[in-house]
Each structure stands twice: as structure tokens, then as C-alpha cells.
Design a protein around this ligand. Sequence first.
Ligand SMILES: O=C(O)CCC(=O)C(=O)O
Length: 327
Amino acid sequence: MLIGTLLLLSHQQTALAEPTECHNSFTTSPEGGQDQVFSTPFVSLGLEAPPQPLMPKHGWRTEQELEAVIHALAEDGAVLLEGVVDPSVALSLRTHFYDDLIRHPNMEEAIRELGAANNSEAFYVAERRVGGLRVRRNGARGRFDLKPFDRRDAGVLVQSLGLDSLFEPFLLPPPLRTLLASVVQAPTGWRVKNAGALTTFPHAHTGQWHRDIGDGLFGNESLDLSLPDYYFAALCPLDETTVEQGSELLLGSHTVLAGGLGEAISAGRVRRVIAAAKPGDVLFFSGKVVHRGMPNPTESTRSLVYTVYTAKWFEQGRDASREMYTG
Ligand SMILES: O=C(O)CCC(=O)C(=O)O
């Protein structure tokens, strides 16, 4: 994900003045899921109320703790795991991410240009490629998605800065392998689909409510929510996320149609929470859970790195016009 720009003084970034024009808007993407520009049925949820309760953090080291995590995942569709990655490893990635990548002149230019795109209801409004890195401006100002960082598909810029190696401990932190074996029930097993970073610059606007599965496999919400889970994401903060600028989730929304969310919240069947996390913590959730990024009212940029895990059979980006065999 997300935003832009620059200048850090000991890793505090202040936003650059944004230009007023951007010529690279787009509304479609060849890929679905996180990459999809989907119609959002969530805009009218009216959930603009002030700070919500914090999401509880789970331990994961004992069998009992893991059982509790699996139970919470089934009930809520999301869990916040404490201390999964060594914070010094997160700090090292953070330092190089900001100092070498975000401050790279080509990145500064791309972020400045993309920053000029107007707000939009489209999930992404504009993109640039910088040394093989796909840099996308979210529909909400100040929010950027950068990918890929996985060494298997990272571009020349990320590789030359060594960020792919620094990212490696975030791709599959210890408890996630266990959780994925439990929650992705596909006979094919699961795989790492992609990895990236979400950067939210100072004064960034609120992200849109969405599900990461986008319009799902069938574009039929009821059918898509009834499918066995095939899509999960892990968000790992490089900067501490707080009640002010963390991620907001609707726990339990993985089984509730958009139209029923208001009532489910009133009845307490779906709970609004904010995930406030420290570097080293991991927010792990089903792609069916409705969530959004909070605005960033602070003077500091905050970044998360993310990895998406899917059932192995789930592939996106196939160009249908190149299909040779169809029935
Ligand atoms: O920025 C955040 O806190 C979360 C954003 C997010 O999950 C997304 O863009 O899919």
C-alpha cells in the first residue's frame, strides 16, 4: 500500500507539497483481490464515529495460545499476534526502507507525481513503475502500495537495495505456517501469493472500507462469503500503529453481507476495533474481513509490510485473451 513523501529526519517524514495534476489515472487492473479495483458496497456504512476499542493481542507460543488464536480466527476472521518477528529485524528493514527506498530520487519523484491524483472511490487511482517496483496511489490521498518485495519476484531496485533479503523474515513468520495449515482447508495447500508495503504519509486520508478478496471469485457476495477461506493477509508494522492511525477492522464481518453490517454491529455480532501494533506484531486476517486504514493525523509516516497467502489453486492475472483452451 500506500503514500507519499518524504524527507526524513531520523525517520520522521513530512509530506512534500503535492503537485496539482496527474496524468496516469487508471480504473482497472489485470489482477483481482488486493489488486482489484472493485465496486465497494461499504461506502454508506456511516461508520465515522471516533476511536474504537483496541483489538486484543494474542500470544502464540503455547498449544493453548495457538488454540485460542485459531478459535478467534474462526469467530472474528482476524487476530493480532504479539511479538512474532524480532523488533530489531523490523527496525533494520524500516531503516533501509525509508533511507534507501522512499528517499531514492526516482521514488520521491513517483510519489510526488502520484500524490497529485485526486481522491477517488476507486481503490487505486494511479500507478508508476520504479525499477520494477509497482507504486500505486490509493484512492485516498497519502496512501501508497508498493510491491513486490519477495525475493522471488522483486524488481531490480528492491534487489539492489537488499530489501528483498531484509523482507524475508516477514514472508512467513513462525506461527503463520501453523495457522495457514489450519485455516486454508484446500487440498492443494497454500502459498505465498505476494508481498509488499503500505506507506501512509502524514495527513493521509482514511482508507476505504473493503474486503481484500474484492469482488471475490464470482462477484456474488453471498456466494463468495460462503466459500472456504482461500485468502489471508498478514500486516506487520514497521512503525508503531496507534489508535489514531492504526488499521480498523470489523471483527466477524467475514460472514456478514455488506447490507447486514450496520445491524450486526448494533447487535454486537460484528465488532469495530482498531489494531494498534508494535513492530514485530502481526495482524493476520481473512480476505473476507471488512477493514480500512485509519487516517494519519500525525507528522510521521507509518508503514506496514504485508504478505498475502492464498490457497495454491488461486491464481490471478491470467490474461483471458491468451487462453488457448476453453470450453
Ligand atoms: O493501512 C492500513 O492500516 C490497512 C490498509 C489495508 O489493509 C489495505 O489497504 O488493504
